[in-house]
Design a protein around this ligand. Structure first.
Ligand SMILES: Nc1ncnc2c1ncn2[C@@H]1O[C@H](COP(=O)(O)OP(=O)(O)OP(=O)(O)O)[C@@H](O)[C@H]1O
Ligand SMILES: [Mg+2]
Length: 297
């Protein structure tokens, strides 16, 4: 009896593991078999020149029924810097999602270099874009691999990684870590501060040498001095790069060629920093409030 107890107990144990695994596999399959909503319509080579046009674009999230963008029209030309500013939930991140075609507009059209976004090789277009998302995702891997993530790492040498970290003003932090660029992040390694994460994420976007650079509130955890340094570094490597900056803070975007103030998904005001101040509307009000706040600190 004693000899039989253990084998029988293990059979029960193994069966229960198998059952749990099959239930999990079923859920994984369900996820893997989800058809993609956006299928690449073309395999043709696509070279992004730098122009983007929104024509009366609206977008409603189907799950929440929230209309995040309402009848928005604007253009941005090659090499220009366009900025979006607005309260939380005003639709800024949704605009970036629409540009990268993570979602398609409910109404209206988006043109890329005068061709409909829905017709171009979206993979090629995304490969030529670099986004610094609002929420940074880092992997439990070395700092160097985190920066070169998304590129063909065999084409990237160490000098390039360091150069990008310098542009993003994070190199001096990395040099202080025990293994420098080989320092492991995450569970097995060091944890970074919010601002360090944002700067790594900026370096990651820049290393792709994108023709379109999208910055989604990526200076929010940085002090204004660091922000200033990175912005002026970005200017140096601008080279005909179309740039879109999204921010709550006016200091991040006052030097943009044009600024669009969003309010509940609609364009409330637009123009240069000086134009908008002269308007004495929402933007001017935000500016005064933020100026007072920075003086208090
Ligand atoms: N995945 C989603 N599903 C449903 N509704 C969403 C989703 N993402 C955003 N929304 C809604 O769409 C609106 C616009 O959201 P969006 O993220 O574009 O705002 P935002 O301007 O980027 O805000 P923040 O400054 O806080 O980042 C919000 O009302 C939000 O609740
Ligand atoms: Mg956002």
């Amino acid at each position: 009896m004693n000899n039989l107890t253990w084998p029988f107990a293990s059979i029960g144990w193994v069966t229960s593991i198998i059952q749990r695994a099959s239930a999990s596999q079923e859920r994984i399959n369900e996820f893997l078999n989800q058809p993609a909503e956006i299928v690449n319509p073309s395999k043709e080579a696509f070279e992004f020149n730098g122009d983007i046009e929104f024509k009366n674009v609206s977008y409603t999230y189907s799950d929440s029924n929230i209309t995040a963008i309402k009848d928005l029209s604007f253009t941005i030309k090659k090499g220009e810097t366009l900025a979006f500013v607005g309260k939380t939930g005003s639709g800024k991140s949704t605009i970036l999602r629409l540009i990268l075609r993570q979602v398609d507009p409910s109404n209206g059209h988006i043109n890329i270099d005068a061709a409909p976004l829905t017709g171009i090789n979206i993979e090629a277009f995304r490969n030529q874009s670099g986004i610094v998302p609002q929420e940074v995702t880092l992997f439990s891997d070395s700092i160097a691999n985190n920066i070169s993530f998304g590129t063909h790492s065999d084409e990237i040498d160490h000098e390039q990684i360091v150069a990008m970290a310098k542009l993003a003003h994070v190199d001096h932090n990395i040099q202080e870590f025990p293994d420098r660029y080989e320092t492991l992040l995450g569970e097995r390694g060091v944890n970074l501060s919010g601002g360090q994460k944002q700067r790594l994420s900026i370096a990651r976007a820049l290393i792709r040498d994108p023709k379109l650079l999208l910055l989604d509130d990526c200076f929010s955890a940085l002090d204004s001095e660091t922000e200033e340094i990175i912005l002026s570094n970005l200017k140096k490597v601008q080279k005909n790069r179309t740039t879109i900056i999204v921010s709550h803070r006016i200091s991040s975007l006052r030097n943009a060629d044009r600024i669009i103030v969003l309010d509940h998904g609609q364009m409330a005001e637009h123009g240069s920093h000086d134009d908008l101040l002269a308007l004495n509307g929402i933007y001017a009000e935000m500016y005064t409030a933020q100026l007072a706040e920075s003086k208090e600190n």
